[in-house]
Structure formats: C-alpha cells, structure tokens
Design a binder for this molecule. Sequence first.
Ligand code: PLP
Length: 232
Amino acid sequence: MAEIADRVQEVMDRIAHAAQRSGRAPDAIRLVAATKAVSPDRIREAAGAGVRAIGENYVQEAMAKRQSLADLALEWHLIGHLQTNKAKQARATFDLFETVDRLEIGRALARRGGPGAGPAQALIQVFLGGGEQRSGVHPEALPELLDALAAVQELELRGLMGVPPVVENSSIAETRRYFARLRELFEAGRKGRESARWDTLSMGMSADYEAAIEAGATSVRVGTAIFGPRPV
Ligand SMILES: *Cc1c(COP(=O)(O)O)cnc(C)c1O
C-alpha cells in the first residue's frame, strides 16, 4: 500500500531535481498522474501522497472515476483522443483538454460549456513523428490551427502537448531532439499573443520526464513510474 506513495515521492523528487537543473523552481512543474486502467482506490492513494492532477484517456472511464473521487480536489486532464460527439460529457468531466488537434474539436468544446463554465482550457497536441500515430497536428499546420483556434470564443489556448514517437532502441538523445523541437514550437506559439495565458508545455512520460523538464516541460504525464505496469 505504501508503494504508490513511495513512488509518487520518488517521482516528485526527480521532478524537483530536474527543475533545478533547468533553473526553475520545483513547483513550476506540474505532475499529471496518467491513470488509464488505474482504480479509484489507487488514484486516491496517489492523491494522498501529493498528486494534484490526473490524466485520463477515455471520457467514460474518467466520468466514473471523477464521481468516486468527488471528495478530492483534483484537476482532471484529458490526455487521450477526443471525438466531437463526446464533447459535452468531456466538458463536464475535464478541467484541461490536452489533445485538441483540429478546429472542430476546439469549436465543439467551446460550444458545450454550459452556463458559468468559463472558456474551455486547451492544449494543442502536436504530431512529432512515428508510424501509425493518428493524433496531433503536423508542425507545418500548427500556425494556421493556432490562429483559427485562438479566434474561437469560449476556448482558451494554454500551450502545447506532444508525445515523441516510440521507436525500438530509440535513445534518450533522440527523444531530447523531439522535446527541443516541441519547445521551439511552444516559444513560436507565444509570439504575437503575449497577453494570452500561454503557459503550459506538456511533454515527458515515465521513461523520459526528466529529459522533458530539462528541455522546458511545465507539465509531465507519468503513469507506470507511479502505478507500475498496466495490464495488457
Ligand atoms: C499512458 C499515457 C502516459 C503515461 O505513460 P507512462 O509511460 O505509463 O508514464 C502519458 N501520456 C499519454 C498521452 C498516455 O496515454
């Protein structure tokens, strides 16, 4: 039982050290616990150990978990692909949408807020390469999508999210190049929108979150390093 708490502590320590190496305060980095296939009880343990943000891949799964954990002050992030027909449920469930990669999704989220909801908080997911990955906007198409989404009322763009391609025997040096590329796109995205709250760069998972922080991540999505391997 103490295992999850110990792992959360270790991840937080590593985040703090990586933040220091990149000249930032530990609390400048947000740990998002990736909890697909993780039970509410185990999420509760992670929360008890200091986790404040949860990343879920599926709307239905997240709705159920959020209900059973309603007594906890957690922030819920959608980190999986979203279909427009789930936009309404998704708006009711998540506080940040990390995977907006086309205009229709941004518009659907904006429309589905309900009274008093405030603008939907969103990151644009960028495609960084890799074979059959189907999510994310290509970097060449990013500026155009950014402009289009920035014009959508009730949608607040907060930054970028990306997942480097998983290739066999890929080295951390290669992964670092993808992180550096995404960081460049993030900085370019700020240009001309200095008044916007463009403050979130979500990159890095269990295998590489320290490298991501060194490359400028403000948010890391960590599953396995906290909860152990997922059932296949
Ligand atoms: C599952 C998942 C993670 C976490 O991956 P781990 O390797 O278990 O840390 C991060 N981001 C996304 C989008 C995921 O689907």
